[in-house]
Every structure is written in structure tokens, then in C-alpha cells.
Ligand binder design. Structure first.
Ligand code: GLU
Length: 334
């Protein structure tokens, strides 16, 4: 009997296995009048390989029935309705807050804007210097480049930031000044809009609301799971761990944007250890069923299926569900 730790289906407490799948298997054992030993595998992949190689008679954990696996293995009747879901950091925390004043001040967007400001000062400063320096009584007192350009540069900066305090005297200078003042108004509006957008976009980028937001995001999951296959097909940047706890830890430490994994496992975690730290978003976006996996043509398939259906019909499966998923610990499977 191959298994794998995946709470709350299979858990290990003081060397003893427990959980929904373990309880279910014990009930099946009782129906069949057999007893089995357990071997825990580090991943579904390893579990499946051992089963394929005939080292195990069957495997039970939270193993999804998929077309690809059905081609190589036999599965029992479905024993649990499941599916994939997304887990993110608790939104009420600071994880997805607006960027701070300092983050905006030292952002690449700000650098670009400052580059534009520089150009918008240097260009009119030169134009004005060229047309104003020979004008009698013009506002450039020094004909030479160095003091003259400082004067026109100061004027350009002052006009961009506030209002011109002095005006060119030549006609060409006045036309340049008018155009420059108009350009300043447009630029200040653009500046404000760009900063606002930068802040909003940064805020929205952290937001994953559904599977359509996953492509391109850093998403943690468990290696060899159906979730990893899904994420690979949908072009997410995958960080694959061997245990779900490690994936959730990466999420809490902000090393990834989300976790994608089996919904019951994520919901169980979010309601217990992860309360206030992580939260599920959206519903189940891909339905899956768990089954007991057997090597092809296994003699166990028929008796296991018969026992499983009996347990479904006599309410044992429902009692197990209540015991492990609704917090009703009085629901006895026997
Ligand atoms: N339902 C998942 C699968 O069968 C579980 C993976 C796991 O146990 O890590 O791929």
C-alpha cells in the first residue's frame, strides 16, 4: 500500500498515519478482511513509479484520476471530488498595498520622467540663449555661453515648475517662451498621470484573482502534481517544491505571487495554520477526482471498487467527509 503525506488526506502523527484517505482505506480493509503495510513516498510521481514497477499493490493519498495516468494505471471508482485552486497572501496584510512614496520616488518611471525634465530644460535654454543674447535689453545679460545658458536654463526650469518671472524681449524669444509655457502645462499633466498610473499598475500587478492571471506570474506548487502540469501548460513561472508546506512558506515569504494546488488541501491549510496569512481566491478552476491507483489488470480492482461503493451507499464516505472537512469530529466512520 503506497501513500504520501498530503494533509488532511494523509498525515503522520507520531509515526502513525491518519487522515481521510487512511480512514477510508482502513474501512475498505475491514470490508475486504485484509490488512496492509504502508510505505510513504515523497511525491505522487515516486508513488506512481513504485506502483507501476509492481513494488506496491495499490496507492491511496490524494491522487488525481487523469487521462494520462489512466493510460498506464487502473483507478478505482472516484473517492473524492476535488480540483485545483489558487492561494494568495491575505489581502488585508501589506502584501499588495500601494507602493510607498519612496518606492515611487526611486522608481524607473521617475528616472525616465527626470530625463524628460532635463531635456525640457536644456533644449529651450539653448534656443532662448541663441535668440535672446543679441537683443538689446534682452533678459540674457551675458553674451557668453556659460553665464548666459545658466540664466536661460533657470528660466526654463522656473517656468516648468511654477511661472515665468521674467520674459524674453525678442519676438523669436517670446514665441519660444509661449510654446514652452504651453508645453510645460501639458508635461505637468502627463507627469501626474504617469505617476498615478505607475502606482495603480504596481498595485494591480500583485492581484491574482483567477487562473487567467497566472501566466507569467511566479507560482509555487508541488513537483509532479497535476497542478505543476497545469501551470506548465499555462506558462506560469513555476517554483516546484516537494511538500505543499514549503510552497506556502514561499508564498508567505513573498518569494512567489501565488500557490496553485488541490483545493481541499489549500482550504484545509488556509482554515488552520495559514489563517490570517493566506487566503484562497476564486473557486475551483479545474475539477478533478481522487481515486485509488492500481497497476493495470490488478486483481484488487474489483474487490476495492465493490467495497468503495458499499461505503458510499452506507454513508461511511459522507461520515468521513464530515469528520475531516466540516470540523465535526463526532462523525464516526464506523
Ligand atoms: N492531486 C494531486 C495529483 O495527483 C496531488 C499531488 C500531490 O500529492 O502532491 O497530482
Amino acid at each position: 500500500m503506497a501513500t504520501r503525506v498530503i494533509p488532511p488526506f494523509v498525515m503522520r502523527e507520531a509515526g502513525q498515519f491518519e487522515g481521510y484517505s487512511i480512514d477510508l482505506w482502513r474501512s475498505i480493509e475491514k470490508e475486504l478482511g485484509v490488512r496492509s503495510g504502508y510505505t510513504a513516498y515523497p511525491s505522487v510521481k515516486a508513488l506512481l513509479e513504485a506502483t507501476k514497477a509492481g513494488r506496491e499493490d495499490l496507492g491511496i493519498a490524494a491522487i488525481s484520476i487523469t487521462a494520462e495516468r489512466e493510460a498506464v494505471f487502473d483507478f478505482s471508482q472516484p473517492m473524492f471530488d476535488s480540483g485545483l485552486q489558487i492561494l494568495v497572501r491575505d489581502q488585508s496584510g501589506s502584501g499588495n498595498a500601494m507602493p510607498s512614496f519612496w518606492q515611487v520616488l526611486f522608481s524607473p518611471t521617475m528616472l525616465q520622467l527626470l530625463g524628460v525634465v532635463f531635456l525640457l530644460i536644456v533644449i529651450p535654454a539653448h534656443l532662448l540663449w541663441l535668440v535672446e543674447r543679441h537683443h538689446e535689453g534682452g533678459f540674457v545679460e551675458h553674451k557668453s555661453y556659460i553665464p548666459g545658458i545658466f540664466k536661460t536654463g533657470w528660466w526654463a526650469a522656473g517656468t516648468l515648475g511654477a511661472q515665468a518671472d521674467e520674459m524674453p524681449k525678442s519676438w523669436a524669444g517670446r514665441i519660444i517662451a509661449l510654446m514652452w509655457m504651453f508645453l510645460s502645462i501639458v508635461f505637468v499633466a502627463y507627469f501626474t498621470a504617469t505617476i498615478t498610473t505607475a502606482m495603480t499598475v504596481q498595485q494591480l500587478q500583485g492581484d491574482i484573482r483567477g487562473p487567467e492571471d497566472l501566466p507569467g506570474k511566479k507560482v509555487a506548487t508541488v513537483a509532479g502534481s497535476t497542478s505543476e502540469t497545469y501551470l506548465r501548460e499555462h506558462k506560469a513561472k513555476i517554483r516546484a517544491f516537494s511538500q505543499i508546506e514549503e510552497a506556502i512558506d514561499a508564498l508567505e515569504k513573498k518569494r512567489v505571487d501565488a500557490v496553485v494546488y488541490d483545493a481541499p488541501v489549500l482550504l484545509y491549510y488556509a482554515a488552520q495554520a495559514g489563517k490570517g496569512k493566506v487566503q484562497p481566491v476564486g473557486g475551483i478552476f479545474r475539477k478533478e477526482n481522487y481515486g485509488i491507483v492500481l497497476p493495470e489488470n490488478s486483481p484488487w480492482r474489483e474487490p476495492v471498487n465493490r467495497a468503495l461503493l458499499t461505503l458510499k451507499e452506507n454513508g461511511t464516505l459522507q461520515a468521513l467527509y464530515d469528520k475531516w472537512f466540516t470540523g465535526d469530529s463526532t462523525g464516526s466512520p464506523h
